[in-house]
Structures are given as C-alpha cells and as structure tokens.
Design a protein around this ligand. Structure first.
Ligand code: IMP
Ligand code: MG
Length: 171
C-alpha cells in the first residue's frame, strides 16, 4: 500500500488552532459540552479541546448509520451514548468527516431532540462531491476532493488512525 500526504501535521495544527480561537470567541462567557464521535474524531477532539479556553465537559459517542437501504429505520444506531443530559447545554459535536452527510443529519436530529441550548458541529473534513444530505458544518477544518483518506483518526479497515497527517490511501 502507499500513502500520499494530503494534509500535513503542521497544516492540521494550524487549522485546529484557528478553529479553537473561533470557538473561544463565539462561546466566550459560556460553558460547552464537547461530544467527540468515536473512533474517527479521537485525535481531532483531543487536539481541538486543548485550544479551547472556555469551560468544557467532554463526552464521547459512537454511532453507526445503515445508509440509504434502511432509511426507514430513521435514526442512527447509537453504540455508545453520552453520560450526561445535554438539555439546556451548549453542545458542540466533533466529527472526523462529513461524506454523504447521513450520519450527521441523523445524529443532529437525535441530539437536537434532547433540547440543548444550542447545537453546533465541527468537522475535520468535508467531501462535497459525495454529499447528499445537507447538514450545516459550523466549524470546518478542510474541504477535500473525493478520495479515500486515512490518518489523524481516520481508518481503512480499522488501521492507520495513528498517522499524524491525513493521507490518501492506495493499494
Ligand atoms: P456519512 O454518513 O456518509 O457522512 O459517513 C461518514 C462516515 O464515513 C465518517 O464518519 C467516516 O467514518 C466514514 N468515511 C467517509 N469517508 C471516509 C474516508 O475518506 N476515509 C475514512 N472514513 C471515511
Ligand atoms: Mg465516523
């Protein structure tokens, strides 16, 4: 296999700092519940919260969506839920990538249904070419072409999440 570096470790760090600064100014004087989506957003979440200087509580969720075939089932499957009630709280979900958008659309519906004071989404990556379901990304680090990427939390068959950069995978 080969990996071409698409976004370097330095570029990621720069962008994460910019997004952190934006979050700090937009949530000044407020408290934030940050919900990292496992497993893909583990590194982005860990780096982003270290740039945030308003008080936060950190939660993690793990979700899977079944895709178009089982649209009738409505919601994402929640494999791991947050531990605390988010009603009345400012919620920031941190995701690795919005691809078709289905996962985030459904997760957003579920979380907004719990009555948070506000809901925002930070996503490391967005692939506009494959997007089917419009979901507002309030903080986007990078828009990318329609290529399968790995590293910085993203996997191919469970591997390569530990790479410090974002790369394009090829056999
Ligand atoms: P969506 O519901 O199609 O937006 O699915 C997004 C999910 O698919 C992400 O949370 C990733 O787990 C996975 N995914 C989509 N594109 C890629 C990629 O290029 N590399 C690794 N995982 C991806
Ligand atoms: Mg994911």
């Amino acid at each position: 296999m080969a990996v071409d570096v698409l976004i370097s470790q330095e570029k990621i760090a720069e962008r994460v700092a910019e997004i952190g600064a934006l979050i700090n100014s937009e949530y000044a004087g407020k408290e934030l519940v940050v919900i990292g989506i496992l497993n893909g957003a583990c590194l982005f979440t860990a780096d982003l919260i270290r740039q945030i200087n308003v008080p936060i509580t950190l939660e993690f969720m793990s979700v899977s969506s079944y895709g178009e075939a089982t649209k009738s089932s409505g919601n994402v499957k929640i494999n791991l839920d947050c531990r605390n009630d988010i009603a009345g709280k400012h919620v920031l979900v941190v995701e690795d990538i919005v691809d078709t958008g289905l996962t985030m659309l459904k997760l957003r519906e579920t979380l907004v249904g719990r009555g948070p004071a506000s809901f925002k989404l930070a996503s490391l990556l967005f692939k506009p070419a494959r997007n089917l379901h419009k979901v507002e990304i309030n903080y986007l680090a990078f828009e990318i072409e329609d290529k399968f990427v790995i590293g910085y939390g993203l996997d191919y068959a469970g591997k390569y999440r530990e790479l410090p950069y974002i790369g394009v995978y090829s056999e």
